[in-house]
Design a protein around this ligand. Structure first.
Ligand SMILES: NC(=O)c1ccc[n+]([C@@H]2O[C@H](COP(=O)([O-])OP(=O)(O)OC[C@H]3O[C@@H](n4cnc5c(N)ncnc54)[C@H](OP(=O)(O)O)[C@@H]3O)[C@@H](O)[C@H]2O)c1
Length: 289
């Protein structure tokens, strides 16, 4: 494959992936290399990447070990990059519920210092409305761990948006992720996703595909995107099922649905404000001007 020339940047795309040994991270690395990007994989443990012989031998991949909360470690990787994709997220059982916000402060500092502007960060659809998202999570066990992780993601989103003047950011909020095939079929919305009957769990391969597809899209700067999988039958169903009667029912229930959506939105906004108010500003929140 020929190298992809990126008109916005001076040469070929070089990108830094934080959380590169995670399940989505490794997909971004692989698909980025398939697109002939030069990829720097930032990890705290390089075992998973080095075990893959095709990655180990790839000349376009640089694997760097470091801590995402260590300013010096992140600084040396950010310098010279065209874009940064951050997919770090606390492991469910880790109790490590400040890693997203903490690493984001360090990353923002590094990007400002080195004049790197393009940033794509994966948070969670739960940031749109914590309460509803947690209710929809069936396993009580997961719910217990997710509350702290989600609150930290809300804080992370706030940290990113505080640096709007410096960074060309995109925040991507996926619903539940799973391993699986690349289908290149997903819903992307600037607001809520369609009802649960129309969406499905998103594969990490599809998420990686979407993240890479917006690296060089100025239209996606300063935007928040929700994303979910799209069932194969969805388009066909939409066309064939729209009988007159259904249209009528849709029309009559639409105002109620809109009102409910509006209420949920306001509730989500209130929750976010409360989380940000309650969040103590720990030492890692010191931001370099
Ligand atoms: N899983 C879901 O259903 C879901 C739903 C919505 C959003 N998300 C978000 O989507 C992203 C990708 O999810 P995923 O399930 O593919 O992720 P994952 O496989 O759990 O990988 C998480 C990554 O974060 C790194 N990480 C975690 N804690 C760290 C720490 N304290 N210091 C340094 N690195 C740390 C991990 O490194 P190590 O390998 O070294 O631990 C790994 O690279 C995450 O941001 C996640 O929060 C996930």
């Amino acid at each position: 494959m020929m190298p992809i020339h990126c008109p916005r940047f001076s040469c070929y795309i070089t990108s830094l992936v934080l959380g590169a040994n995670g399940r989505t991270g490794i997909e971004i690395v692989k698909q980025g290399l398939d697109r002939n990007y030069r990829v720097t994989a930032f990890v705290r443990d390089d075992k998973v990447l080095l075990e893959d012989s095709s990655l180990r031998k790839n000349q376009n991949l640089l694997i760097v070990r470091g801590s995402p909360t260590c300013q010096a470690d992140v600084d040396r990787c950010v310098e010279g990059q065209d874009a940064v994709i951050n997919v770090i997220g606390a492991r469910l059982m880790s109790n490590d519920t400040t890693i997203s916000s903490h690493s984001q402060v360090v990353l923002n500092n590094a990007m400002k210092k080195h004049g790197v502007k393009r940033l794509i960060v994966v948070t969670s659809y739960g940031c749109l409305g914590l309460r509803n998202y947690l209710i929809s999570t069936k396993k009580l066990f997961s719910r217990m761990f997710m509350t702290g992780i989600l609150k930290d993601k809300v804080l992370q989103e706030d940290i990113i948006q505080r640096d709007t003047t410096f960074l060309d950011w995109t925040i991507v909020r996926p619903i539940t992720l799973k391993d699986g095939e690349l289908s290149e079929r997903y819903w992307v919305s600037s607001d809520e996703l369609p009802s649960t009957s129309k969406v499905k769990v998103l594969t990490r391969r599809d998420l990686a595909h979407y993240l890479l597809s917006i690296i060089n899209s100025p239209g996606e700067h300063h935007a928040i995107r929700s994303i979910a999988g799209k069932p194969r039958s969805e388009i066909v169903k939409q066309q064939s099922n729209m009988t007159e009667k259904k249209r009528e029912v849709m029309w009559t229930t639409e105002p109620a649905r809109q009102q409910q959506q509006q209420q949920q939105k306001e509730q989500g906004e209130l929750e976010r404000k409360q989380i940000l108010l309650q969040a103590q500003q720990p030492p890692h929140m010191k931001v370099v001007a």
